[in-house]
Design a protein around this ligand. Structure first.
Ligand SMILES: [Zn+2]
Length: 348
């Protein structure tokens, strides 16, 4: 049986329409008749628009002409026949699937990258904030114990006058944060001598903040100590320590924390001492903590310069380099100093 398809034909670049009909042969070639004309098209010279609901079926010809038909049935029949018989159509089918598959793979890869870049930190943040203080406390105590046992922190006596000066600076920092201080972490200062780790100050998720005597000696004044304590308080307030632990642990660990017991984060906290001791936070976290400290320093009248000066002193091994020379070889520190200068300018 030869199907004759009735419809309307539009010539290229013309809105004029003709009643028309055509017949298909088995290879998909068609002969179109309209207005006394007869035109032949091979199967590669036209494309059938995919079927959309119950609308008319449309054929687009390569030369720009168009044919529309309301005869859905004959199109379906033709497509079914062509689908089975035509090797060309199979190639087209595979090609379209290949493209679809490729686009899917690229899409999934992009999604995974975006999830690692933005999703994991976002989930880590929300998880870190939900960790109960009791868990933060036990993680932090274990870290401190470990540092004492391994000798990173020593129990040699620190001169009382130095401990008192650090405590005064610490209390001032807490007061400067004022009502913005979140009520959960219980802030506490620990002073160690620091033979092993030198001038250092760091925070643990519980609110325990450690300063070494070498750090106290390095500060030229109380303002610089306050500046660093504010920076460390920011790491606690923003839970940078736990967020780093969770982010470093990866997606599988993250899923097990989210889907299981949030306290299981304690099992991952082995990396916390290194993160705290070596200040192994991401640059973004350091910048956030600097901004927190710098803004409060500016508002209090102390000035963010105190943080800038002590940061350079803390990082600078050799004292004979000028600050500018030193910063030029430390781009991440330079970025931090530059941002602090922006905060200072904004408050001028
Ligand atoms: Zn830091």
């Amino acid at each position: 049986m030869v199907d004759q398809v009735q419809g309307i034909f539009f010539q290229p670049n013309s809105s004029k329409s003709y009643d028309a009909n055509f017949v298909w042969d088995a290879a998909g070639s068609l002969v179109l008749r309209f207005d006394g004309n007869e035109v032949g098209y091979s199967s590669s010279q036209y494309e059938i628009e995919p079927k959309l609901g119950t609308t008319h079926r449309v054929i687009h010809f390569r030369d720009g002409a168009r044919f529309e038909s309301a005869d859905q049935e004959v199109f379906s029949r033709f497509e079914a026949t062509l689908g089975k018989r035509s090797p060309l159509n199979l190639v087209h089918w595979m090609e379209s699937r290949w493209r679809f598959a490729l686009v899917s793979v690229v899409g999934i890869a992009l999604f995974c990258l975006a999830f690692l870049e933005y999703g994991v930190p976002a989930v880590a943040k929300s998880v870190a904030y939900q960790v109960p203080q009791s868990v933060r406390r036990s993680i932090s105590e274990e870290s401190l114990d470990w540092m004492e046992q391994t000798g990173f922190l020593d129990d040699a006596r620190v001169k009382r006058i130095k401990v008192e000066s650090a405590r005064a600076a610490f209390n001032e920092s807490i007061q400067l944060v004022g009502e913005n201080l979140s009520p959960i972490p219980e802030y506490k200062l620990h002073v160690y001598r620091g033979e092993q780790i030198g001038a250092n100050a760091f925070a643990l998720p519980s609110g325990d903040i450690v300063a070494t005597e070498f750090f106290i000696d390095l500060c030229e004044n109380e303002d610089q100590m306050v500046a660093v304590f504010l920076h460390e308080i920011a790491h606690v307030e923003l839970q940078h320590g736990l967020r780093s632990v969770i982010q470093d642990a990866g997606v599988v660990a993250l899923a097990s924390i989210v889907l299981g017991d949030i306290s299981s984060i304690a099992g991952l906290a082995g990396s916390l001492p290194a993160i705290a001791l070596e200040s192994r936070y991401s640059q973004q976290f350091e910048l956030e903590a600097d901004a927190f400290s710098g803004t409060i320093l500016e508002e209090s009248g102390i000035g963010a310069e105190a943080l800038e000066t002590i940061l350079i002193k803390l990082h600078k091994g050799s004292p004979d380099l000028s600050a500018a020379q030193f910063l030029s070889t430390h781009p991440s520190l330079k970025q931090r100093v530059d941002k602090l200068r922006v905060i200072r300018k904004a408050n001028d």
